[in-house]
Design a protein around this ligand. Structure first.
Ligand code: GSH
Length: 231
């Protein structure tokens, strides 16, 4: 597959953009990474994803595909010679899609909400949801991994990609709040899983460094409030 047959519109800090990047790495597919500039949208993005106007967008042989989890499934179905990302068993596949939807629809919105929470009460409620979600994911990890390295078993699967891509922002939240969210005592499975996921060859090069993300988060915060970023 020629590199210019596969293009990915994205940006380095986006957890959603990491997903197709990891999937393409798993399948050893070369691709051109076209970085969008913060605060503006390229013509190519607007014409490729006119409905949501969001990244990531995968452009394969001039055809655009949007929505990170849909792109990951597309990659899995097109490049079948690489390791499978989704489970072959229909029940396991349904379970993977369930948890992938859970982290996107319930868990990450609570984590993200912490950034703009108004007052201690709202912050406490959101933190409670984040912690409860992590406990549920710890339990899911035990059931899905069946003692193996990843939610997907021996290999990185859909839940690993969906949840794992939020680890950078989870670490930023830990740093800025001073609270440990993945904790040896309460979530031993996820602590080890997170280490393995971040060290995996398909992930290492695309997982942003926490310090860089912390700086980016401060920059975003300042941009939202109109103030210069704090050093
Ligand atoms: N559900 C989408 C979410 C994508 C998303 O929120 N992308 C952000 C970057 S992290 C974006 O493009 N934001 C620009 C905007 O909202 O206008 C997916 O999974 O791909």
């Amino acid at each position: 597959m020629a590199k210019n047959d596969v293009k990915l519109l994205g940006a380095w800090p986006s957890p959603f953009v990491m997903r197709p990047r990891i999937a393409l790495n798993i399948k050893s597919v070369n691709y051109e990474f076209l970085e969008e500039t913060l605060g503006s949208k390229s013509q190519l993005l607007l014409q490729s994803n006119p409905v949501h106007k969001k990244i990531p967008v995968l452009i394969h042989a001039d055809k655009p595909i949007s929505e990170s989890l849909i792109i990951v499934e597309y990659i899995d179905e097109v490049w079948t010679s690489g390791p499978s990302i989704l489970a072959s068993d229909p029940y396991d596949r349904a379970t993977e899609r369930f948890w992938a939807a859970y982290v996107d629809e319930k868990w990450f919105p609570a984590l993200k909400g912490l950034r703009s929470a108004q007052g201690d009460e709202e912050r406490k409620a959101l933190m409670g949801q984040v912690i409860e979600g992590i406990a549920q994911l710890e339990e899911a990890f035990g059931k899905c991994s069946k003692g193996k390295a990843f939610f997907g078993g021996e290999q990185i699967g859909l839940i690993d990609i969906a949840f794992g891509c939020y680890l950078g922002w989870l670490k930023v939240t830990e740093k800025l709040s001073g609270l440990k969210l993945l904790d040896e005592a309460k979530t031993p499975g996820l602590v080890k899983w997170a280490e393995r996921f971040c060290a995996n060859g398909a992930v290492k090069g695309v997982m942003p460094e926490t310090e860089k993300l912390v700086e980016f988060s401060k920059f975003l915060q300042a941009k939202m409030s109109g103030a210069p970023p704090k050093k």
